[in-house]
Structures are given as C-alpha cells and as structure tokens.
Design a protein around this ligand. Structure first.
Ligand code: C5P
Length: 238
C-alpha cells in the first residue's frame, strides 16, 4: 500500500502521460514530484489534477535568484497547492530566510496551509570530475553538510541530497529535518545520469525521510509492479 515516503518523479512533457501513469499506479503511490519539464509545459493543469486525485505534490522547480525574486516566485507557486516547494541552498542564507518568512506570512494571511520548503544541496548527478571543474576547495560531502546546516539555520524544513550524504546530514541536522533523496536505484536497475546513488532500503537506513524515484518506475515494463517492489523494500525500514 502507499507510503508517503515514496515520491514518484513525473518527468514528462505531456499531461496525457501523467494521467496514464497516475491511473496505472493507482492507490500504490500517494506522492508525486512535478519538475520543470512538466511544469513548463502543463503547469496550470498538473498540480490541480494531482490534488483532485488526492495526491501529495512536490513542486521541484529549484528556484535560485536574488532573495526578493525567489521569495515572490515561491509565493506565486504556493497558490498551486503543492505540499513541498524548493530552492537551491547555494542561493545563500538571506535568500532562504526571506523565502521562509514570506511564505509563512502569506500562508497565515490567506489562511492557507504553508507548503514545506526544502533546499537542494548538491545535485545527485554531480560526480568528482564535475565537482573538480567547479573549483571548490572542499569535498562534496563537506559542502552538502555545510549547505544543509545553513538551510536549517534559515528555517528551511529540510534538504534534497544524495542518499550517500543522508547519514552525515541526519547527524548534523538532527531528527525531524526532511532529507529528500533522489539518486535512488533498486539493485540491478539502470543508473542513468545519476552518480551518488543508493538502494531504497540503504537510503532510508542512512536517514532519508523521502525517496524521489523516477526512471526505475516510469520506464519499467510494469511500473506498478516496480513501485510495489520498491514499497516492499521500504517497508523493511520504518
Ligand atoms: O529518474 P530519476 O530517478 O533519476 O529521477 C530523479 C528525479 O529527481 C529527477 O526529476 C531529477 O530532476 C530530480 N533531482 C535529482 N537530483 C537532485 C534534485 C532533484 O535527481 N539533487
């Protein structure tokens, strides 16, 4: 049965593909992620469609701009009804704090539930070579933990990070902090363009609160069976 810890990534251009996958997965999946690919083509329809089907929605648009622009962008997105919104932590403390404060104030003023606000640390696709090219002087893990602590201090509800860094973040940021991990691959599944990956059970054991999984379900011959196998593995880690 559905487990809110599993978020299925709807990386489609076409709303018809969304309608088909949501129907196929049925009650097995309760939480979906809408990213830029889908939002830019079907944004106005897709979140209301998912909410009408009683699904939770992570609107993964990864805002990264000056504090006023990012915060006001999030305020516009709040009216979509998403349960989770996000920004890049590398936008800095002031951007994150402004976003948290404006979103909470607007939700209170409008009497609406405030979405959770989380920060992307370092993309799970970044490997050591990409990292070296960015000219950073610390390790990926050190930077991820630094950004997670910064996000927490700005009042963010959690972070997006690789499952390989979840344990270090959990230790640094404590219980209750959301750690949403893409880069999850069941044993034997294709790695695609992800780099810092783990299996569903290992991600949860490392302290992830939610798993974002796209291609291993979406591209499977039988997506429902693939989702149910992942849910079964997740059940073992409560
Ligand atoms: O298909 P796959 O399981 O790799 O999908 C992962 C999803 O998570 C994609 O929608 C991707 O944009 C998103 N994501 C990610 N790494 C991050 C943040 C989001 O892979 N750091």
């Amino acid at each position: 049965m559905a487990d809110d810890r599993l978020i299925v990534a709807l990386d489609f251009h076409d709303i018809d593909d969304v309608v088909a996958l949501v129907a196929e997965l049925g009650d097995s999946v309760s939480f979906y992620k809408v990213g830029m690919e889908l939002f830019y083509s079907a944004g106005a329809e897709v979140v209301p469609f998912l909410k009408n089907h009683n699904k939770k929605v992570f609107l993964d648009l990864k805002l990264h701009d000056i504090p006023n622009t990012a915060a006001e962008g999030l305020c516009s997105l709040m009216f979509q009804g998403a349960d989770i919104l996000n920004v890049h932590a590398s936008g800095g403390y002031t951007m994150m704090k402004t976003a948290v404060d404006r979103l909470h104030a607007l939700a209170e003023k409008k009497g609406m539930p405030c979405p959770k606000l989380i920060a992307v640390t370092i993309l799970t696709s970044i490997n050591e070579e990409d990292w070296a090219g960015l000219g950073m002087q610390c390790t990926i893990r050190e930077q991820v933990v630094r950004l997670a602590k910064l996000a927490k201090s700005a009042g963010m509800d959690g972070v997006v990070a690789s499952p390989q860094e979840a344990a270090a973040i959990r230790e640094a940021c404590g219980p209750g902090f959301m750690i949403v991990t893409p880069g999850v691959r069941p044993a034997g599944a294709s790695v695609d363009d992800q780099s810092r990956i783990a299996t569903p059970a290992a991600a949860l054991e490392n302290g992830a609160s939610h798993l974002v999984i796209g291609r291993p379900i979406r591209a499977a011959e039988n997506p429902k069976a693939a989702a149910e196998m992942i849910l079964k593995e997740m059940e073992c880690v409560k």
